[in-house]
Design a protein around this ligand. Structure first.
Ligand SMILES: Cc1cc2nc3c(=O)[nH]c(=O)nc-3n(C[C@H](O)[C@H](O)[C@H](O)COP(=O)(O)O)c2cc1C
Length: 204
């Protein structure tokens, strides 16, 4: 019950925190897409952005669990669910990954991360399924007021090896990505990616 209240409280806080500026950006993105479907889910999709700058406020294990559950709600080929999720809050581990992953330096400034891993033996779709799970995590993070970003391990052998070594990942399991999760400083804004030239009706 306590957990639900925390989650609900944060969600409500986030909703009331949607600033006029963010709301306008969301409206613009939706308007350009020529759709009038504007519900909170669609708004959240348009509000999501990669967040690489965080405050010092710490993310709890309970918060991470909420995000992992969102990850495990993703669709998977043949419903195989070929995934594993590792939550990391140990300072030393986060710092080591920050040192070893060239494009995940922000791990040094965040209190938590989720590593999304795929079981390569279980499904040939593992990286697709894990990508869907990662997007779910990113969207859930945005919706409850966290800032997160997908940082790649797969398909880079050196990055995979570094994450494997840091986290004791067994053979056959491959880390797709490391997702730092923190409270956003609020400087990053969603990008408007709508591109009419990539929109084809009926045929190319
Ligand atoms: C497969 C994939 C790998 C990515 N790898 C990294 C990465 O290693 N480091 C990083 O800072 N961002 C990484 N990103 C985030 C992208 O840079 C980001 O999504 C893109 O610039 C669009 O910005 P947005 O997420 O704010 O819409 C990755 C995103 C994807 C989908």
């Amino acid at each position: 019950m306590h957990f639900l209240n925390i989650v609900k409280g944060r969600t409500m806080q986030k909703e009331s925190n949607i600033t006029v500026e963010t709301q306008n950006e969301v409206n613009m993105a939706v308007k350009d897409g020529e759709t009038d479907i504007v519900n909170n889910t669609v708004k959240n999709i348009h509000a999501r952005k990669s967040v690489r700058k965080y405050t010092e406020q710490k993310v709890s294990e309970e918060d991470l669990l909420l995000l992992v559950k969102a990850g495990m709600a993703a669709p998977t080929g043949k419903n195989m669910k070929p995934w594993h999720f590792i939550t990391v809050r140990n300072r030393e581990t986060l710092d080591t990954m920050s040192e070893q992953l060239p494009y995940a330096k922000m791990l040094r400034n965040v209190s938590a991360a989720i590593v999304v891993c795929g079981d390569t033996q279980k499904s040939q779709y593992w990286y697709l399924d894990c990508s869907a799970a990662t997007q779910n995590i990113l969207l859930a993070a945005e919706s409850v007021g966290f800032g997160a970003v997908w940082t790649a391990a797969y398909p880079y052998e050196d990055r995979i090896a570094a994450v494997n070594a840091c986290l004791n990942i067994p053979e056959g399991i491959v880390p797709l990505c490391v997702i730092p999760v923190g409270y956003p400083q609020g400087t990053e804004k969603p990008k408007d990616k709508w591109d009419e030239t990539k929109y084809h009706k009926e045929k190319w």
